[in-house]
Write a protein that binds this ligand. Structure first.
Ligand SMILES: *Cc1c(COP(=O)(O)O)cnc(C)c1O
Length: 434
């Protein structure tokens, strides 16, 4: 039976949680004021903002963060999936040191970019690859490559999709998006999306999606949906891009390798640069070779830091010595076990909460029922998400306010126990609302 609760009660509890958060962080509050004088809202990266102000970290080590007020947190955010190695991994640190020893800004081609490109192409089954400085750039270049290759103008992202700062489709199109002509697909809706593709085939150059919506709530695509996209794109001369900036960590060869579908292009980013700025796009030689500068009318692809030695060397050590295929499998098994364990606990307490995701990328949703699209996930009460966020912070656990978790290689048993116990206390304390 659902108890009758005064809806204002949730607002009151949330205000109390916020007041407690603020009272315990005088230095953070003061630094936020200082930051506001020079950066809009005291912020230079929107995802990190949270009302009334976000935590401000003074030190990060292993899987722990310490904020400027001295509070310690277990880091479940994992730099939104880029921080897979944990903080200051000795092998990555050594690679960075050897890069600084060799020279950072060569203004020339060098061996390390070749070595790294060989590792990336073989791991993720790409015929060719090019490096960028961010996932956003990788997606911008991949879309441009597809449009030039097909000679058609429009792109199809999915509703709720995220492909970078200028490719943001999470709450409708963002006003700072690149001005592409868009036909919006519907994630996991096979027939509606098939119709949108066939109806717009004349102008559609490319379909782009994550094989699991990452920022959109860790919602996997169904095999049926991916199969339909592959079939229609193949038939109609449309390039299929998998944005694997996040999902490439979910399987040794990237999440695409776990499906029957081979996209024409893949984009990469986040952890693959070993924690340095990184992005890459690659795939079919036919499409990628448009960028071969020795060809007449080659597409230009610039980027001062595209082959910077820090990224090339840290990235290489990261994917060949630390996040090996074996480490990848083991990490994702730990993630699956954590997901199962939390969902079992929610069921036992009959709480309307669930964890979705694949392997090491998970999202906690304070909502019951099936979640198959960003629209489904958006039905959760934002106040509950905030209440969970403040509860966990208070107990020394740092999760994104939206419930997102990216497990690093060094999170394990003890930290998983703490998360489960803390969420169980949340349910006991806020029983009426979950
Ligand atoms: C983070 C992310 C991007 C953008 O990468 P940046 O390096 O932040 O520009 C693109 N696509 C997906 C799926 C991402 O998660």
């Amino acid at each position: 039976m659902i108890p009758v609760i005064d809806p204002a009660e949730l607002d009151r509890l949330l205000s109390a949680a916020v007041a407690n958060f603020v009272a315990r962080r005088p230095k953070t509050a003061a630094m936020h004021e200082r930051a506001k004088a020079v950066m809009p809202g005291g912020n230079t990266r929107t995802v990190l903002f949270s009302q009334p102000f976000p935590i401000r970290v003074a030190k990060a080590e292993g899987c722990r963060l310490t904020d400027v007020d001295g509070h310690e947190y277990v880091d479940y955010v994992g730099e939104y999936s880029a921080g897979i190695y944990g903080h200051s991994h000795p092998k990555i640190t050594a690679a960075v040191q050897s890069a600084t020893g060799q020279g950072l800004n060569m203004g020339a081609q060098h061996e390390q970019e070749v070595t790294f490109a060989e590792a990336v192409t073989s791991r993720f089954a790409l015929e060719r690859v090019r490096f960028t400085n961010s996932g956003t750039e990788a997606n911008m270049m991949a879309l441009a490559a597809a449009r030039n290759f097909t000679g058609k103008p429009a792109i199809m992202p999915m509703e709720g999709g995220y492909h970078g700062g200028t490719l943001y489709f999470t709450h409708g199109a963002s006003p700072v998006n690149a001005p592409f002509e868009c036909v919006m697909g519907k994630y996991n809706d096979v027939e509606a999306t098939r119709k949108l593709i066939t109806d717009n085939a004349q102008r559609l150059a490319v379909v782009i999606l994550e094989p699991m919506l990452g920022g959109g709530g860790c919602i996997p695509a169904s095999m049926e949906f991916l199969g339909m996209l592959s079939e229609e794109c193949g038939k109609l001369g449309i390039v299929l891009i998998f944005d694997e900036v996040m999902t490439s960590r979910l399987h040794p060869g990237g999440l695409a390798a776990k499906t029957d579908v081979t996209p024409d292009l893949k984009t990469l980013g986040k952890y693959i640069g070993g924690g340095m700025s990184f992005g890459a796009f690659g795939g079919r030689a036919e499409i990628m070779d448009q960028f071969d500068p020795s060809r007449p009318k080659a597409l230009p692809h610039a980027g001062t830091f595209n082959n910077n030695t820090l990224t090339m060397m840290a990235g290489y050590v990261g994917i060949t010595e630390v996040f090996t295929p074996e480490a990848c499998v083991a990490l994702n098994e730990r993630g699956e076990a954590l997901k199962a364990r939390l969902n079992t606990m929610f069921m036992k307490h009959q709480a309307r909460m669930q964890v979705t995701g694949v392997g090491s990328l998970l999202t906690l949703h304070p909502i019951g029922g099936n979640i198959r699209s960003a629209e489904d996930a958006a039905k959760a009460d934002g106040r509950l998400k905030r209440l969970i966020y403040f509860h966990l912070l208070d107990e020394g656990i740092y999760l994104a306010e939206r419930g997102f978790m990216a497990l690093s290689l060094i999170l394990a048993g003890q930290e998983f126990d703490a998360l489960e116990a803390s969420l169980a206390r949340f349910i006991a304390k806020y029983r009426a609302f979950v």
